[in-house]
Write a protein that binds this ligand. Structure first.
Ligand SMILES: Cc1cc2nc3c(=O)[nH]c(=O)nc-3n(C[C@H](O)[C@H](O)[C@H](O)COP(=O)(O)OP(=O)(O)OC[C@H]3O[C@@H](n4cnc5c(N)ncnc54)[C@H](O)[C@@H]3O)c2cc1C
Length: 322
């Protein structure tokens, strides 16, 4: 089968892995210019030079034995390491969170900078339409099957014209936003703490530069809780950065020095309400959907959802062959 996967985050790549191993031809398309999705590591140009900061997922935990085996492989090749500061069993990508997604992407045919706008059905086959990295209109195909691996609001928009049942399931899920502040300092902050949880507007803050394998200056990430993020969703990045820096100062009870770089990133679809569906697959339309939201907003769930969808697709292929 020729399979197109829209979205090369953790879920899309996990699905691609299993399908490719089974002998299918898989092509992935991602609007981002680098691997990561919501596990991105942002490159910051600061007066102290270029530095990198995890501005999406901060760490991940492991419960499922199959995911444990995957994490052991990442650990063995040096792209993941435990980070005890976030708690027992917390892992991070090395040298940045995106390293684990990059490791998966390296084994696949991924076109980055390609934004899918819609699906086109012609002569029983699927084509993608969208824009390439130069912003020009582009088409890709034909494919036998399409996998949509996006947050629910974005997945619904892509599949709505072709499969109302899949679209309505996606529309029933909701994602919450998350404003994330990133701060670089020319000296270590005067605190022994590396993490903060649930303090006022902050759901999580961490000394990102204290994670394993990080090089570069003192860097902090501050993530606002969903209520605060929703209430300030249309604020400017500068205003949000100032508010989150002040919140960090309060949470750490320190007089905050002036950062050399302070920016904020708005994740509109950060964390979605979870379900226990695992994945969505329609053998009739040959469209599948995977993503963390089909299990719950965690890295491990994204990985598991991708695997679940691949198994469902392969079961249909085997049935047809029998
Ligand atoms: C701020 C924040 C903090 C988090 N913290 C944690 C944490 O501490 N621990 C944890 O386990 N999880 C955390 N998560 C959740 C975790 O990041 C997700 O569960 C996981 O990364 C989801 O993977 P995914 O593949 O389902 O989705 P995504 O990573 O969102 O992948 C979707 C991909 O689709 C691409 N895309 C979107 N639209 C299009 C389009 N039209 N065309 C082509 N490509 C498109 C995107 O660029 C992206 O790469 C956090 C998430 C956020 C945002």
């Amino acid at each position: 089968m020729r399979v197109a996967i829209v979205g090369a985050g953790m879920a899309g790549l996990s699905c691609a892995d299993r399908l490719k191993r089974a002998g299918h031809m898989v092509s992935l398309f991602d609007k981002g210019h680098r691997p990561g999705g919501r596990m991105s590591t942002k490159r910051l140009n600061t007066p102290l030079g270029e530095t990198h900061v995890d501005h999406g997922a901060q760490y991940f935990t492991v419960r499922d034995p199959a995911f444990m085996a995957q994490v052991a492989r990442w650990s063995a090749c040096g792209v993941a390491a435990p980070w005890p500061a976030a708690g027992t069993g917390a892992w991070v990508g090395v040298p940045g969170m995106s390293a684990v997604v990059r490791d998966l992407a390296d084994h696949h045919d991924v076109t980055f900078g390609w934004c899918v706008r819609g699906l086109v059905r012609r002569d029983g086959l699927w084509y993608l339409s969208g824009e390439n990295a130069d912003g020009e209109r582009a088409d890709a195909g034909p494919f036998d099957t399409v996998v949509v691996s996006l947050p629910p609001e974005q997945a619904a928009a892509i599949v709505a014209l072709h499969d109302l049942s899949l679209a309505s399931t996606a529309l029933a899920a909701r994602s919450q936003p998350c404003w994330t502040g990133m701060f670089v300092f020319d000296a270590k902050l005067p605190t022994g703490r590396d993490t903060v949880r649930d303090a006022g507007s902050i759901s999580w803050a961490a000394r990102d530069s204290a994670k394993p394998g990080r090089k570069g200056p003192e860097t902090w990430v501050v993530q606002a809780n969903p209520n605060w993020s929703s209430a300030h969703i249309e604020e400017t990045s500068d205003m949000v950065a100032a508010e989150l820096l002040s919140a960090l100062s309060g949470a750490l009870s320190i007089k905050m020095p002036e950062p050399v770089t302070a920016i904020a990133h708005r994740w509109r679809y950060a964390m979605s309400t979870g379900s226990n569906l695992g994945a969505l697959w329609s053998p009739q339309s040959q469209i599948g959907i995977c993503g963390d939201w089909l299990l719950g907003p965690r890295v491990e769930n994204a990985w598991l959802s991708g695997k679940t969808l691949a198994s469902q697709i392969m079961a249909t292929v085997e049935q047809a062959a029998a």
